[in-house]
Ligand binder design. Structure first.
Ligand code: SAM
Length: 287
């Protein structure tokens, strides 16, 4: 395979995206690149071996993970400078996206070495593309802090952020994280939980953050696997012309009253138009 654009005799660092579940989500070019490079730098060589075997690739690997990245980097830079090309892969999805590789890519670029993407899956974009939430403006935040107080603080900081906010979360923390989202962002904020994308038990749930928290908390099967959590921007909270405050009050009242009465009382308290609020509540709780 030719390495266009390399004039200094150095090799290319290919940053190669790998499947996030379904092993067939691998591009023809990714397979070609992995077959032809001198070495594959992999986050977990045992994990990547399964993918390589599945696609008939036998290129030697070197482990590059968050604990040895700085040490292994020197060797990789040496190979590149001597003209060998290297492919960087992580366990799943796109390297550097909540995965190792940032110091290596940065150093390659600092030294003028060519870094070339071989794009493919990333859980955050896969989730965003099916979420039904605004995709014209979004912000990826990776994993929220593990500690509850730090997590809530971060959510408070993001409460007024525009665009869709995207997070990764693990099975251990998904229930707690959604509960914090509900507590901090209130009962009307919409969200999506995308679980096990491209795998057997793929599921994409939509609802308010509080509904999602209750659903996930109430079903142990729904707490299994890998998760992307998406939070709608604040301006998407209320339907046409209905104030966020009126909706919040109505949602609280809905816990105690039938929908019609909750809408009427919330309208009285907040000065919102009763019929408009009733229609919006109905639309939200139709299913
Ligand atoms: N580099 C990867 C990417 O581009 O998506 C992400 C790596 S990060 C260490 C792993 C996290 O991504 C998981 O904890 C989960 O939050 C999310 N994730 C990965 N695969 C997923 C899938 N199939 N479905 C839902 N979320 C997934």
């Amino acid at each position: 395979m030719s390495e266009r654009g390399v004039s200094n005799g150095a090799g290319v660092l290919y940053v190669v995206a790998t499947p996030i579940g379904n092993l067939d989500d691998f591009t023809l070019r990714a397979i070609e690149v992995l077959k032809t490079v001198q070495r594959i730098a992999a986050e977990d060589t045992r994990h990547t071996r399964r993918l390589l075997q599945y696609h008939g690739i036998d290129t030697p690997m070197v482990a590059l993970h968050e604990h040895n990245e700085r040490q292994v980097m020197g060797r990789i830079l040496g190979w590149l400078e001597q003209g060998g090309s290297i492919a960087l892969v992580s366990d799943a999805g796109t390297p550097l996206i909540s995965d190792p590789g940032f110091p290596l890519v940065r150093e390659c670029r600092r030294r003028g070495l060519r870094v070339s993407p071989v794009p493919g899956p990333s859980a955050m974009l896969a989730a965003l593309s099916v979420s039904g939430l605004p995709a014209d403006s979004f912000c990826f935040h990776g994993f929220l802090p593990r500690q509850v107080s730090a997590r809530r603080e971060k959510l408070k900081q993001l409460a007024k952020a525009g665009g869709t906010s995207i997070f990764y979360e693990s099975a251990h923390r998904i229930a707690g994280m959604l509960e914090d989202c509900c507590q901090v962002l209130g009962p009307v904020r919409e969200g999506v939980v995308a679980r096990e994308l491209t795998k057997q038990y793929e599921e994409v749930l939509s609802g308010t953050l509080c509904e999602l928290a209750r659903t996930v908390e109430g079903d142990p099967l729904r707490r299994k696997g890998e998760f992307v959590v998406l939070i709608a921007p604040p301006q998407a909270e209320a339907g046409e012309g209905v104030s966020v405050q009126a909706l919040q009050v109505a949602e609280v009242l809905l816990g105690e009253l039938p929908l019609k009465q909750a809408a009427a009382l919330a309208a009285k308290i907040t000065g919102e138009k009763k019929n408009r609020l009733y229609r919006e509540l109905l639309a939200r709780h139709r299913s």
